[in-house]
Design a protein around this ligand. Sequence first.
Ligand code: SF4
Length: 277
Amino acid sequence: MLNPVAWFHAPKINVICKEYEREESMLVNAHAIAERLVTKGKELFDAPVDIVQFTSDEEANRLLNNLNEYPHAFVLACVMDRQMKAELAWLIPYRFATKLGSFKFSTLESLTIQDIRVLMTEPAHLHRFPEKMSKVFFEAISTIRNRYGGNAAQIWANRPSSAKVVYEFLQFRGAGPKIATMAANILARELKVPFSDYFSIDISVDIHVRRVLGRLGLVNSEASIEEIIYRVRSLHPEFPGLMDFPAWEIGRNWCKPKQPLCKECYMRDLCHYTNNS
Ligand code: SF4
């Protein structure tokens, strides 16, 4: 005889089981996706030091890579990297250097806010928001002088923890977690500055990273920045930022907003979007 209680529960249990299985398989897939992104990230992290191509101008790149003589150039470029194309923002220290004939810290600290406004605006604007960013530039120089005795390399000296480096970048006017994390990530990953740990180097969520992680199925398309950061942390807590460059590169090269080039993408066998559309 049919047990009425079993009859009542059976369909629901089936649904719950199916849901559980689906969650389990998504989780397995998430770990496989994370592992592949981390492997790609590690390849870059372990690659020998090379001059980082921040811009298409070789002289500007030399200035930005020279952390021994001009550590402040890297810091100032980081704080300029807002609300405009990154490549143009990273050119700003070099544009100042060519106008001033020097990028020594002693030259920069002698500038008034008015000098900086002129350098930022004449003959052409160096930033989309020259007034606001002149203040940011001026105050960054003051922070480097007052907090680090004029030597910005103090920010990453003596194998600091990743949290300390991110915290130090947050001391600059206008630098939020995205810039601070990006700066720490570039120092560790590209410029090979040694840290004592990498726990606090998160993924920098931009439009490419958001689209790629959403399509891969790691986060939903409505996920907040915090959700994305914590999701990536949960998958690789010892160095979440390792997934940053691979995700960004996939977005830039293959995962186009309208017509993703899935056949060419190395994530296609694991990707939720391409396997469900
Ligand atoms: S397989 Fe396609 S949708 Fe998935 S990440 Fe790659 S390009 Fe984007």
